[in-house]
Design a protein around this ligand. Structure first.
Ligand code: BTN
Length: 246
């Protein structure tokens, strides 16, 4: 069933947070980055029912069919020393919201993909906005598959929607409210790195990242992955995609 938000429903549920609702947009991250320049309060959020140019990490496209997912971009103003934790906060918040929705097998695949039953259910795209060398803030973009149908697509074996994992329908507004609350909660905590690390599914396993194969030995506080290749070399990787084995 396609259930769409309305500006009224969102304002009523998410008050006093500043909310911009768009039935359809290109990318909520682009909208939030433009809004950020007008200095809205931290926690302000752009929500769309459908994205026509949704963006993922590493220049990829991100699919958001109308009413089938959550596409949200939250404006945050962390200190420069915590900028690297924004993606971790996004992933941890999705884990919290998914668990509140009753899902049990929920974890994080480095760097910030959220896996449910071993498949990707959500992705996170933090983007900082700068005025010269002064950070104006960060847009934390989060996409959650609630009832996206991946059958017949190239993502069929690697992606999942929360409703498929739950085996019953879920309330998109409840998950959105839980997600935003969890972003607030995690933003106030001092154990973000430890919590993120403890939920990572890939440490200790043999993985391939881009063209490098090795054991995912550690992560550091900046969120980088340390990979030990067969010749004993240790590589620090700051961005990429993990594939198990290969
Ligand atoms: C990933 O590649 O895993 C990150 C996906 C991030 C998608 C979200 S949906 C809301 C926000 N707007 C975008 O264009 N991207 C992010």
């Amino acid at each position: 069933m396609t259930e769409l938000f309305t500006a009224h429903t969102l304002a009523a549920r998410l008050s006093p947070r500043a909310v911009r609702y768009l039935p359809q947009t290109g990318s909520t991250n682009d909208d939030a980055r433009a809004w950020l320049r007008a200095r809205p309060p931290a926690g302000s959020v752009v929500i769309a029912d459908e994205q026509t140019g949704g963006r993922g990490r590493l220049g990829r496209a991100w699919r958001t069919p109308a009413g089938a997912a959550l596409a949200v971009s939250i404006i945050l103003r962390p200190g420069v020393e915590s900028l690297h934790q924004v993606g971790m906060i996004g992933a941890l918040a999705v884990v919290s919201a998914a668990r509140r929705a009753g899902l049990e097998d929920v974890g994080i695949k480095w760097p910030n993909d959220v896996l449910v039953n071993g498949r990707k259910a959500a992705g996170v795209l933090p983007e900082a906005e700068w005025n010269g060398d002064h950070p104006l803030g960060v847009v934390l973009g989060i996409g959650v598959n609630i009832r996206v149908d991946f059958s017949g697509t190239e993502l069929e074996s690697t992606a999942i929607s929360l409703e498929t994992a739950a085996g019953h329908s879920l309330n998109r507004l409840d998950i959105l409210a839980d997600l935003l609350q969890a972003v607030d909660d995690w933003s106030a905590r001092v154990d973000v790195f430890d919590a993120w690390k403890s939920r990572l599914r890939t440490l200790g396993q043999t993985v391939t990242v881009t063209n490098l194969r090795g054991v995912a030995e550690a992560v550091d506080e900046q969120g980088a992955l340390w990979l030990r290749t067969a010749n004993g070399e240790l590589h620090r990787i700051i961005a990429g995609d993990i594939a198990l084995g290969r």
